[in-house]
Each structure stands twice: as C-alpha cells, then as structure tokens.
Ligand binder design. Structure first.
Ligand SMILES: [Zn+2]
Length: 177
C-alpha cells in the first residue's frame, strides 16, 4: 500500500482508499494509478528544481559580494572559500599560530627541512638565527598579510605583512583554511 497525493486537498492518502478522509474526494483505482504516476514525475521534477536552486544560490552567493547587506558578514564568507580561491592576490589572514616566514626562500626551505626531519634542535636553532638576523618572522593567527607571489609547484607562497615592505616565503597552508 502506497501513499498518493489527494488532488483536492494535497494530503497524503492511501492509494487503495475509496475516498479522501480529509476532503471526501472520490478515488477510483484508475485515478489512483494516474496520481501515483504524476506523483513520481513531480518528485523527479522537484529534485531537478531543488538541484537547480542549489546551483543558482551557489552562483548568486559568489556574485553577491558587492551587496551592502553582505559587507558586515564578509569575513565569515571569506573563511568558507576553497584553498584555490584564497590564492587571489591581496589581503589574506594567517590561519594559525606557529607559522613563520623568511625573506630568503632557501632559508625557509632549510628550516622546513629540519622540521620534516623532526630535528627540533636544528629547527629551533636555525629559526632563532633567522629571526635574530631579521630574515625570519613568526606570524600570529588572524594577522593580515598580502599575497605577493606564489610558487605553486613547491607549495610555497610569498606574503608581505601589513605595513611592512619585506616579503616572506612561507607555506601555502599559512593562508588556506
Ligand atoms: Zn482530499
């Protein structure tokens, strides 16, 4: 026994019922079969419509950035961006603490190399040396940086801290959430 939609009151009724318990609509097996078929089609169309709406909403939300009402909740929407979308030039936010960058790319890769080798002594020593010489800096979570260059093949990016002229090499993960 399946449920069908009453054509009169749109309530779900049994396809075997002789009449709708809600509005008294008289049901025959032929009518029930037709309604059942229509119900199935409607459900299929409904799915397509919903899918279409989801796509439309997704596309609209991308193009809505200029809407004044969206200006206040711009920062949460930025965090929803995919990593590839966050690689646009301009302002970015540092994703977490414990991230650092170096003006010299070789220096940065050298320090990262120690981290990969899990040689924390060498890592700490090299990072401290880099920071003392002003070559390397620790970023803080939420800090604003400007993306100035990317070396996608190596997963490295070059960012500039707000108000500073030096650019630092760091990991792509630093600005992608
Ligand atoms: Zn009815």
């Amino acid at each position: 026994m399946a449920l069908i939609t009453c054509p009169e009151c749109r309530k779900k009724i049994s396809e075997t019922a002789a009449q709708c318990p809600q509005c008294g609509y008289h049901l025959t097996p032929e009518k029930a079969a037709k309604i059942k078929q229509a119900d199935g089609t409607a459900r299929g169309i409904g799915c397509l419509v919903i899918l279409g709406l989801v796509l439309a909403v997704a596309m609209c939300s991308r193009g809505n950035d200029s809407k004044p009402s969206d200006a206040t909740n711009q920062s949460p929407s930025v965090s929803n961006d995919s990593p590839s979308a966050s690689l646009t030039p301009g302002e970015h936010t540092i994703a977490s603490d414990k991230l650092f960058g170096c003006t010299d790319r070789d220096e940065f890769e050298k320090i990262i190399g120690f981290a990969v080798e899990k040689d924390s002594d060498a890592f700490g020593k090299e990072l401290a040396t880099g920071m003392l010489s002003g070559q390397c800096v620790m970023f803080s979570a939420g800090e604003t940086v400007f993306l100035s260059d990317t070396a996608m093949f190596s997963g490295l990016i070059q960012v500039r801290r707000k108000g500073e002229t030096l650019a630092y090499w760091t990991n792509l993960e630093a600005i992608s959430k």
